[in-house]
Design a protein around this ligand. Structure first.
Ligand SMILES: [Fe+2]
Length: 154
């Protein structure tokens, strides 16, 4: 009988690189969830490129796309946190800044293998959503709810 550990390993015996959306990633804030799903989809393009002749080009392309998208997403998220009066905005903004810089720096590295890049991205995004992003949810949700009740609350 195969255990969970065997199931995670691909034919190569190496741990699978698969990134997929997990239900616990859902924040319940539709626009943020949609953007996180989009990021995970972009990262998932790294799953099958290892060992292929165009692997390096694909990794470069994914990183370029992520640099653009991550910038837009983080701005959007920070804007929501700011409007919602989230008290730990600066700490959160710093986490975004450090990550964006790391992804940006990856662009200039010649020897990037898809597996390493994928693992880094997967780990960072998963942990970030589950901890840092989850922390702003009550604030942002309250702000969104009040905005929905526009005119009713002053
Ligand atoms: Fe975030």
């Amino acid at each position: 009988m195969m255990g969970a550990d065997d199931e995670r390993k691909g034919a190569s015996g190496r741990e699978s690189m698969q990134i997929s959306w997990k239900v616990e990633y859902s924040l319940g804030i539709a626009e943020m969830d949609a953007e996180h799903v989009r990021m995970i989809e972009m990262m998932a393009r790294l799953e099958s490129v290892d060992g292929r002749p165009d692997a390096l080009r694909t990794v470069g392309k994914v990183i370029n796309d992520l640099v653009d998208y991550v910038g837009t997403h983080f701005m959007h998220e920070e804007d929501l946190m700011e409007k919602a009066g989230y008290p730990h905005l600066e700490r959160h903004r710093e986490q975004h800044r450090v990550f964006a810089q790391k992804v940006y720096d990856m662009r200039s590295r010649a020897s990037l293998d898809a597996h390493t890049v994928h693992q880094f991205l997967q780990q960072w995004l998963g942990e970030h959503i589950l901890k840092a992003d989850r922390d702003y949810v009550p604030y942002v949700q309250r702000w969104l709810d009040n905005r929905g009740a526009e005119g009713g609350l002053e």
